[in-house]
Design a protein around this ligand. Structure first.
Ligand SMILES: [Zn+2]
Length: 88
């Protein structure tokens, strides 16, 4: 197994800590910009430490959804997926 770089370890710690501390100086004085969608499933959000003034981009990816409305008996989405399979 390849050894992790210092940067990879810092990124892991940052995510583990839920992004509450600056990855450069550890301060919790962090300002965040507006989320910038790169695609419907990938969003970047600029963060800036107000103490050491360094910046980084937080990356958000779509991992799941929670359905809030009741599903119909046979959802159209399932019919759609089945129709795609039949065409192959
Ligand atoms: Zn900082």
């Amino acid at each position: 197994m390849k050894r992790k770089t210092r940067e990879q370890r810092i990124v892991e710690k940052y995510v583990e800590n839920l992004g509450e501390n600056c990855p450069y100086c550890g301060s919790d004085k962090i300002a965040s910009g507006r989320p910038e969608p790169e695609s419907p499933a990938l969003i970047f959000r600029l963060s800036r430490c107000t103490e050491c003034k360094k910046e980084w981009d937080k990356t958000f990816t779509l991992t799941s959804i929670k359905l809030l409305s009741p599903l119909p008996e046979i959802p159209n989405s399932i019919k759609f997926i089945k129709s795609l399979k039949r065409k192959r």
